[in-house]
Design a protein. Structure first.
Length: 337
């Protein structure tokens, strides 16, 4: 392994001069800096990250803890997160939990043991008593811990998606949502109910404006099971409130011989690439994944540098994508502000 003393000897300078030349800190006279850099390149010197971390009391590394890396929610946010952190000189380490609280705590402890400078975390549920010795920013979900969180404004987004459905003329609507242990489920369901109840919908079919709510897992299989429970008394339109739930609903309708949107209209959540090219295109609320990742990174960098955020919870508005899975149409459609 090439040491700094080897670089200094090859460049014909002292150890201190070589250190200042490579770190960019402190004066270096004449052409000594160029000689040191040339010697470092020729010898393949990469520096000692451990020693630098001890000196700076930073590892220049950040942990990212997510349920999985197959969901576009996390991959899209992680790409931007990594880009912002890289520009600031940090490396990203990723751990997945499968939404399992035990694995989540293990990941938090492991990241802290590796002396990361901070952690971006997608929590699997409500706050626990565990604390972290390093700064933490929650992403996509919030647990109620006294840490900053960056999320999509799902309440307003789903509310306006539901308003679009209602203004399109539907009178029998069903929402499919995930477990209420997740803040995302609660926010999306609250947005759906706020719009539906304001328009006079209730769970009593005799009112002529009927709403239904089905809870399931945030998986394609969960979406299929939820759709199967609705088949005996099928609504006019269903709102599966995650991209995986949308996939499961489409699988269930195909297996049952139900056409979308001819037999059943649909409005979804999320906007993976296939939403735009599937059939007539899927009407959906698209959360601001890239913006969420960027803001989480910026807040974490501020925390690492000793600056406290002004707000603990940041809600970022998304975008309504109006496509072809709503069979009925209206000239008066809401827009997100």
């Amino acid at each position: 392994m090439v040491k700094l003393t080897d670089v200094a000897r090859a460049a014909g300078v002292g150890y201190g001069t070589a250190s200042r030349a490579l770190s960019g800190k402190g004066p270096v006279g004449g052409d000594a800096r160029d000689r040191v850099l040339a010697a470092a390149r020729e010898l393949g010197y990469t520096g000692d990250a451990t020693a630098r971390a001890l000196r700076e009391r930073r590892t220049r590394s950040v942990g990212l803890i997510v349920p999985d890396m197959t969901n576009e929610f996390y991959t899209a946010s992680a790409e931007v997160l990594q880009e912002v952190l890289r520009d600031a000189g940090h490396h990203l380490f990723v751990a997945t939990t499968g939404n399992h609280p035990g694995r989540e705590q293990e990941a938090l402890q492991e990241m802290a043991a590796r002396r990361v400078d901070g952690i971006v975390h997608v929590p699997s549920g409500p706050a626990t008593t565990a604390t972290s010795p390093v700064p933490v920013v929650e992403l996509n979900r919030y647990s109620g811990r006294n840490v900053p969180a960056v999320v999509s404004d799902d309440f307003q987004g789903v509310k306006q998606l539901t308003e679009l459905v209602i203004k399109s003329g539907y009178t029998d609507i069903a929402a499919i949502v995930g477990p209420d242990t997740y803040s995302t489920s609660r926010d999306r369901l609250s947005g759906f109910k706020a719009a539906a109840e304001q328009a006079g919908f209730s769970e009593d079919p005799a009112t002529g404006k009927r709403l239904r709510i089905v809870h399931t897992d945030f998986t394609a299989e969960g979406g299929t099971r939820a759709m199967q429970t609705l088949l005996p008394d099928m609504p006019q339109v269903t709102l599966p409130l995650s991209s995986r739930l949308v996939m499961g609903v489409l699988k269930g309708t195909r297996e049952a011989g139900i056409r979308v949107p001819e037999d059943l209209s649909l409005a979804g959540y999320g906007d993976p690439d296939w939403f735009e090219i599937w059939g007539p295109g899927i009407t959906t609320f698209a959360p601001p994944l890239a913006e969420m990742g960027a803001q989480a990174a910026e807040i974490l960098l501020d925390l690492i540098n000793g600056h406290e955020p002004t707000d603990l919870l940041s809600r970022i508005p998304g975008t309504l994508r109006i496509r072809g899975t709503l069979a009925k149409t209206t000239d008066s459609t809401p827009s997100l502000s």
